[in-house]
Ligand binder design. Structure first.
Ligand code: NDP
Length: 247
């Protein structure tokens, strides 16, 4: 994929899938602006990895659930690189628990970051991309948003909501050269899934037709396609990257 001259903003780019996305876009020549919640060192490692690939990169601390911080993030990207061509809404959290035990704060925290954060970032770049008559927005949903999962009512709601927002904004921006798509990963090996008990991981394996966990790079390749010029006639779609889980 060729992203030369393009600027990408990737939320949650300090670790896991987000870092792999930053590296994939950097490999194609994009300027990369990544945001992170609190792990400055990890974010700096991503910056270095992008620079090692020959790209320019900038890390900005930003809570995506805070509109003022999101505006500051996008302002920083425009100040540094002059435009925003690609937005990847990747920042996400889990606060798992059965519904009877789930605290209101755990529901709100997941919705705030995963759903409201995606909304705020899409809102912040929409005007910029409309003016440019060019843009690529890629949102991270999940197999859980498509199929549900016991213990993840909050997370499933946020990721199903991301699908609804993706299709709605795709319709709003289609005539302006801006595409909006989602990727729905299955079970990917990152810090998020490392926290799961081994028994839960073992139980998951038979539900994956490919019988292996995904790597962050598997997701990054799909995101890069949807962020590329080659995907110009693809909008409002949800691409599952899950080894066949959600078939
Ligand atoms: P990780 O837990 O490994 O990384 C999460 C990233 O999000 C970090 O960069 C973190 O920053 C950042 N982040 C968290 N909260 C905020 C916030 N409020 N504002 C800004 N940044 C924030 O997650 P994964 O790489 O596993 O997941 C990435 C995305 O993919 C998420 O949206 C997730 O829901 C989705 N996904 C993951 C799957 C998986 O199996 N791993 C499956 C399906 C979907 P910091 O490092 O500073 O904490």
């Amino acid at each position: 994929m060729n992203f030369a001259g393009k600027t990408a903003v990737v939320t949650g780019g300090s670790r896991g899938i987000g870092r792999a996305i930053c590296e994939e876009l950097a490999r194609g020549g994009a300027n990369v602006v990544l945001c992170y919640a609190g792990r400055a060192e990890a974010a700096q490692e991503t910056v270095t990895a992008c620079e090692d690939l020959g790209a320019k990169a900038l890390a900005v601390q930003c809570n995506v659930a805070d509109e003022a911080q999101v505006k500051a993030l996008m302002d920083a990207a425009v100040k540094e690189f002059g435009r925003i061509d690609i937005l990847v809404n990747n920042a996400g959290v889990t606060r798992d628990g059965l519904v009877m035990m789930m605290k209101e704060a755990d529901f709100d925290a997941v919705i705030d970051t995963n759903l409201k954060g995606t909304f705020l970032c899409m809102k912040a770049v929409s005007r910029i991309m409309m003016k440019q008559r060019y843009g690529r927005i890629v949102n991270l949903s999940s197999v859980v948003g498509l199929r549900g999962n016991a213990g993840q009512v909050n997370y499933a709601a946020s990721k199903a909501g991301v699908v609804g927002m993706t299709k709605s904004l795709a319709k709003e921006l289609a005539s302006r050269g801006v595409t909006v798509n989602a990727v729905a990963p299955g079970f990917i090996e990152t810090d998020m899934t490392a926290a799961m008990p081994q028994a839960a991981k073992d139980a998951m394996m038979p539900t994956i037709p490919m019988q292996r966990l995904g790597a962050p790079e598997d997701v990054a390749k799909a995101v890069a396609f949807l962020a590329s010029d080659e995907a110009a006639y693809v909008t409002g779609q949800v691409l599952a990257v899950d080894g066949g889980m959600a078939m």
